[in-house]
Design a protein around this ligand. Structure first.
Ligand SMILES: Cc1cc2nc3c(=O)[nH]c(=O)nc-3n(C[C@H](O)[C@H](O)[C@H](O)COP(=O)(O)OP(=O)(O)OC[C@H]3O[C@@H](n4cnc5c(N)ncnc54)[C@H](O)[C@@H]3O)c2cc1C
Length: 412
């Protein structure tokens, strides 16, 4: 599949090497939406699936630049981990969002669903917003500013439910991330930070994306400054926080027959705590029928999952010197349990999945393996453990702790 998004490790490393010299200019160039998006990294998909890790990006950055010269860049790279850590402590939000998407599609009046479909199909009548929706479906990528404007348009101008807009993004973004996507949409809606919602303004689009407004300016009066006001959302809830689930951050190989389960939340087992594993078999699971039926993912998005998983499996097979298999099953749990049984495994090791689709099958997978007499061990990277432990409240307290941690690490 051709994609401008670097998906495989080889492409992500190349894209990162090409972008590194641009890091000092990132802070003043990043907000501008330009043709080809050369002023931002487009590393989102690589980092989301961990064909390239945040740790590698941070280390290369700090080897090359002083912290102060690269702070804005480092801060953005850490946002994803902040969102992930925040959601790890409030997993009920993900479950509620998925439930609401299903419910809204079944119960909303037909005219609202038709309007939601028209806005997603680039037929809102507001030309610059329709251009953004087309770009998303055609390429699987949107600049951060375009994501903010379009989400705001959906919620505060079209008055459509944020959950369905977030679902549209989740179905098409190649870097679709349960935490960054759900929580960014909540932030635009005014549900994430008390008293703050994000309002799209025409003057802001004129300043940062003049190309979006040049030519066909149809409908842009609906975005004029002062015209868009915050939609009153449901009551702002301060959510109960769960303690961060505890996982070991290292693994010692035993004499047991061990299999490595590789999944889309971390496709770089050869670097980090699982590098020294001695598996007899490696497996990953893809379920196109679940992606189509349950998540209604776009075809480009499904293809991108095949690309990243295929890349992860072949790198892992080369690193560990053992066979790797792609399990393609309607029921991922049954497929993975059959793989573990067929390979007479005694133990399955994996990175602990983050809140999202892979975590959703974890309890059932654990049960299936247990009933076959196979144990599962989940490992978390120590850098995730540190970052997540800082993510209990707002981003700025998080960044204070995280930046101090990064500075101390460069000094040691
Ligand atoms: C409504 C909405 C939905 C979003 N949905 C997603 C999503 O599903 N997946 C996703 O990865 N990001 C999401 N983002 C965050 C952000 O827009 C993207 O991470 C970023 O635009 C990716 O493009 P890039 O790699 O060129 O970014 P760059 O500007 O080059 O940033 C470098 C890296 O930093 C991280 N990053 C930067 N900004 C953010 C941010 N605000 N939040 C989290 N991480 C960030 C990403 O890993 C990114 O690749 C969303 C933002 C909004 C407003």
């Amino acid at each position: 599949m051709h994609s401008a998004e670097p998906l495989t490790r080889c492409d992500a490393l190349k894209a990162w090497k090409d972008f590194l010299p641009g890091v000092p200019a990132y802070s003043h160039r990043r907000n501008h939406v330009q043709e080809g998006h050369g002023n931002v990294s487009r590393l989102g998909a690589g980092i989301r699936f961990r064909t390239l890790t945040e740790d590698e990006v941070i280390k290369d950055t700090l080897n090359e630049y002083k912290f102060e010269a690269a702070e804005k860049w480092l801060q953005e790279v850490c946002w994803r981990r902040y969102w992930k850590g925040w959601l790890e402590m409030r997993p009920q939000l993900w479950v509620q969002w998925r439930r609401r998407v299903r419910l809204l599609r079944q119960t909303l009046p037909a005219e609202i669903l038709e309007r939601a479909d028209a806005v997603s199909a680039s037929s809102s009548g507001v030309a610059c917003m329709d251009r953004i929706a087309s770009e998303l479906v055609d390429t699987g990528y949107l600049h951060n500013h375009a994501r903010m404007w379009w989400a705001s348009f959906w919620i505060h101008v079209e008055l459509l439910p944020w959950e369905l807009g977030a679902d549209f993004f989740f179905r098409h973004l190649l870097d679709a991330d349960p935490a960054s996507n759900t929580l960014s949409w909540r932030w635009v809606a005014g549900l994430q930070t008390a008293g703050k919602s994000y309002l799209v303004r025409r003057s802001n689009i004129e300043k940062y994306a003049p190309d979006y407004l040049s030519g066909d300016g149809a409908g842009s009066e609906r975005l004029a400054d002062g015209v868009v006001t915050a939609r009153v959302m449901e009551r702002f809830d301060v959510l109960d926080k769960e303690p961060l689930a505890a996982y070991p951050t290292s693994f010692a190989q035993t004499t047991e027959r061990t299999g490595l389960w590789l999944h889309a939340d971390d496709l770089l087992p050869e670097i980090g705590p699982l590098a020294g594993l001695a598996p007899t078999s490696i497996a990953s699971c893809l379920s196109d029928s679940v992606y189509r039926r349950e998540y209604r993912l776009g075809e480009r998005r499904i293809e991108s999952l095949h690309t990243v998983i295929g890349d992860g499996l072949s790198r892992a097979a080369a690193h560990y010197g053992c066979p790797s298999v792609l399990v393609e099953a309607d029921n991922p749990v049954e497929g993975l349990v059959a793989w573990a049984r067929d390979n007479k495994l005694e133990k399955v090791v994996a990175f602990a999945p983050f809140v999202g689709p892979t975590r959703d099958i974890l309890a059932r997978l654990n049960e299936g393996l247990e009933s076959a007499g196979i144990r599962m061990t989940l490992i978390r990277r120590s850098s995730d453990e540190t970052a997540f432990s800082f993510a209990s409240a707002g981003f700025f307290p998080f960044w204070q702790k995280m930046s101090r941690h990064l500075i101390l690490r460069t000094q040691s």
